[in-house]
Design a protein around this ligand. Structure first.
Ligand code: FAD
Length: 498
């Protein structure tokens, strides 16, 4: 039996492990952290559970190919799915713009806000509707398809292609400018940062959400990862946690073994780096096997930006009944920067539908403040000075509580900061370059990447995970993990079993 060593126990590593076991390989996952899941995680603080990942999961809809894949890896076994009424609500002055799940409701509520924008709203909603028939490709990857399969695949994309082209060519700001009403402009324009970020993500997010394809598995991110771990172990896989791989040892174009931080060696026939791309190319491979596609992207952060988060967990000593699950509200100067400008609004998510996330009668709330360059670099240097780093975190604690009390005076004296994670938290726990929580973000100039994970000059080793198909996300991790095993099966002349 051939052996596969998998570096990283995130969703991609677990997916690769499960599909490898299903196809008759012996596998071992080596994970740096003391627990699996990678960025798909959550943690406990003061009797609360802070979910650190899933705001929405594409592939929850029964009967879709992606849902079948999630089921195959045990991610959604016996799990209830929560379907929030809105993706998010965005406040602007006296108005609230709801991104409802029901697309007609969304359309009518927006027309009510701004009858003058009827034409632009209808065009936007019609385009979103065109994505309702679209399913994220999760079968064979393109490089393994024959000509007929490729023709069928491109034919299946015929309705979606024009929508992708249309929104890929304009920035989020240009899309927002098609609307007259300042509240609609703000709701759309703040979906992505200002600058050359493409408008495509908003259309995709709303396409899958209003088409019923993305919702939230009850129990959250950590439990989803643990269910996959369970499936993997039941199939006979092995996991070694607190085991950081530092080097790939290579002979004649083949990796022979990996060396860990504490000097252990693990040999195999195949190796999968289900970890950060930068860690693989510059760390484990010491820069000796560069990939031009990744070099181009890492060297051009303007067109290929990375993003991370300040992620704040709050315990609220009461129940929440009448606030949308995710709400964006404007704030006065907080002393926090985002995209090199003072933060002007906060995005808050509460978990009143998850009774196990908080002591009875209480609710857990999270805030995600996206960070880009130059903030990512600032966090990198702050982390070198523990006192300054902690001071910055304290400043954020105070700012968030004050902003909440301003917006929700009834919450005064009932709020407790549970935790502040920064981009450096993701770097420290997940080895995520600059704390990136997805792959490169889509911009107008940036070219889409659809990488096979092949490493030039090595024929038994692949990269897998969110970096292969930016902007990444959990479905990409799941699919690329499976795809890597399909490639290994092809090499072994085995029929791949899903
Ligand atoms: C706050 C937040 C919110 C998010 N929300 C969503 C969402 O709503 N929906 C969605 O689809 N996605 C979301 N994502 C993105 C999603 O979590 C990631 O895209 C996905 O988990 C990436 O999985 P991965 O396996 O490719 O990589 P990772 O999760 O990064 O896993 C890599 C693993 O490799 C390990 N590792 C790294 N280097 C080594 C080494 N040298 N040796 C051993 N182990 C190593 C790491 O510790 C880690 O466990 C969110 C992410 C964050 C942080």
């Amino acid at each position: 039996m051939k052996k596969i060593i998998i570096i990283g126990g995130g969703i991609a590593g677990l997916s690769a492990g499960i599909f490898a076991q299903l196809n008759g390989f012996e596998t071992e996952i080596l994970e740096k952290h003391h627990t699996i899941g990678g960025e798909c995680t959550g943690w406990d603080r003061n009797g609360y559970h802070i979910d650190g990942c899933i705001h929405w999961l594409v592939g929850t809809k029964e009967g879709t190919a992606l849902r079948k894949l999630w089921d195959r890896v045990g991610a959604l076994d016996g799990v209830k799915i929560y379907h929030p009424e809105s993706f998010m609500a965005v406040e602007y002055e006296e108005k609230t713009v709801h991104f409802y799940r029901d697309l007609d409701l969304l359309k009518n509520s927006w027309i009510e806000i701004s009858p003058d924008d009827k034409g632009a709203i209808e065009e936007f909603c019609n385009d979103i509707k065109k994505l309702h028939t679209f399913e994220v490709p999760s079968g064979k990857p393109l490089d393994l398809m024959n000509i007929m399969e490729k023709a069928k695949f491109f034919f299946s994309m015929r309705n979606v292609g024009p929508v992708i082209n249309k929104y890929n060519k304009i920035t989020i700001g240009e899309l927002a400018d098609r609307f007259e009403d300042p509240a609609l402009k703000h709701a759309i324009g703040t979906f992505m940062p200002e600058g050359n970020y493409s408008a495509l993500p908003i259309v995709f997010a709303l396409g899958t959400f209003t088409g019923g394809q993305s919702s939230i598995p009850i129990g959250g991110s950590k439990k989803l990862a643990l269910r996959m771990q369970d499936r993997y172990l039941k199939l006979g896989g092995t996991i070694k946690t607190s085991t950081e791989v530092k080097k790939l040892e290579i002979e004649n174009g083949q990796v022979k073994q990996v060396r860990t931080k504490n000097g252990e060696l693990f040999s195999g026939d195949y190796f999968i780096a289900a970890c950060d791309a930068k860690v693989l190319y510059e760390g484990l491979l010491n820069g000796d096997y560069p990939d031009p596609e990744f070099e181009k992207r890492f060297n051009n952060p303007e067109d290929y930006p990375l993003a991370s988060n300040i992620y704040v967990g709050i315990g609220y000593h009461d129940e929440i009944k009448d606030i949308p699950r995710t709400l964006k509200f404007n704030v006065d100067e907080l002393g926090i920067k985002q995209n090199n400008k003072p933060v002007e609004f906060l995005q808050m998510t509460h978990y009143n539908y998850e009774p196990d996330f908080a002591p009875e009668g209480n609710t857990v709330i999270t805030f995600a403040i996206n960070q880009y360059e130059p903030e990512l670099e600032k966090w990198e240097s702050l982390a070198k000075d523990k006192e300054a780093y902690n001071q910055e975190k304290n400043k954020i604690r105070v700012a968030i509580i004050s902003a909440m009390e301003n917006r929700f005076p009834d919450m005064k004296d009932k709020l407790e900061v549970l935790d502040v994670a920064t981009p450096q938290t993701y770097q420290r726990y997940c080895n995520a370059y600059k704390g990136a929580f997805m792959g490169f973000w889509p911009t107008i100039q940036g070219k889409e990447l659809n990488h096979t994970g092949n490493i030039n000059g090595l024929d038994n080793t692949w990269l897998s995970g969110q970096w292969l198909q930016p902007p990444g996300g959990l479905p990409t991790a799941l699919i690329t993990g499976k795809d890597t095993i399909m490639r290994i099966c092809k090499r072994e002349k085995l029929d791949f079993k899903v």
